[in-house]
Design a protein around this ligand. Structure first.
Ligand code: DGL
Length: 269
């Protein structure tokens, strides 16, 4: 049995949002190297057809594997909700993790009896979170709400100020009147709105973030499978994008909490 594995963890997303997963992962596992792919030329995935999302996800995984990663995390909730079964079937000799299971675990661990899940249209239409939560505990009341405008707002850096609660009102006004016990952020972009959501719900709703939950789950997975990096490993962080690196660079710090370093443009086709 190999006690350590210093190969990078591959994390991919439709764009910038998965950097919230990369940030949570590197905070929890500072010795792990990361190869990050953002399919910035085709973001958003959340409004695309199931067929298109599956097709893109396969290309993303192919690229990640070409970088010699030890496992691949589909950090995109949309991909995890719609394409994970297909990826696991077609790459059965590889380790592919999604974010839905960890989000579900965060809900179960929270003890919430009523939870609202927010995400992209594709994630909400897939019903993946409700199915996962009910497989673990069918007495939890789950409602799922698509909040498509939050992705472009996060990408534009508009995460506070008067527009934000106005957009929340479009989707969450009813929920605000009758708050659930917990709100699960089922989209990689939404952790940027944690403060604004706390204000919107006057701190009355427990906010669960699938990015942090995914980092916790991955840490356990690496330990259990004896594939964690050596504690003395000096980790690298490589970023790959399918469109302008300068644009990615400009916005990445808000998602990652620091500058991303070198960003390389690649072609997935
Ligand atoms: N990364 C996507 C997700 O977590 C949000 C952006 C998109 O629609 O592609 O669902």
């Amino acid at each position: 049995m190999k006690p350590f594995d210093n190969r990078p963890i591959g994390i991919f997303d439709s764009g910038l949002g998965g950097l919230t997963v990369a940030a949570a992962l590197q905070h929890k596992l500072p010795g792990e190297a990361v190869a990050y792919l953002g399919d910035t030329a085709r973001v958003p995935y959340g409004d695309k057809s199931v067929d298109a999302i599956i097709h893109f996800a396969h290309q993303d995984v192919e690229f990640m594997l070409s970088r010699g990663v030890k496992l691949v995390i589909a950090a995109c909730n949309t991909v995890s909700a719609v394409a994970l079964d297909s990826l696991k079937r077609d790459y059965s000799d590889q380790i592919i993790l999604g974010v839905i299971d960890s989000g579900v675990r965060a809900v179960i661990d929270s003890g919430a009896e009523r939870v609202a899940v927010i995400g992209t249209r594709a994630t909400v239409n897939s019903d993946a979170y409700r199915r996962g939560i009910h497989a673990a505990n069918c007495s939890i009341r789950v409602e799922s709400i698509a909040c498509p405008l939050l992705v472009p707002l996060a990408e534009e850096g508009v995460t506070s100020g008067p527009i934000v609660p106005a957009v929340f009102d479009l989707y969450l006004a009813k929920l605000r009147q009758d708050p659930p016990d917990a709100l699960l952020l089922g989209c990689t972009h939404y952790p940027l709105f944690i403060e604004a959501l706390n204000d919107y719900f006057s701190g009355k709703v427990q906010i669960l973030d699938s990015a942090t939950a995914c980092a916790r789950y991955t840490a356990e997975f690496l330990c259990e499978h004896h594939i964690a990096a050596h504690p003395g490993n000096t980790p690298s962080f490589g970023c790959f994008v399918t469109d302008l690196p300068s644009e990615f660079h400009r916005h990445a710090t808000r998602f990652l909490g620091r500058a991303p370093g070198r960003v390389e443009r690649i072609n997935l086709a």
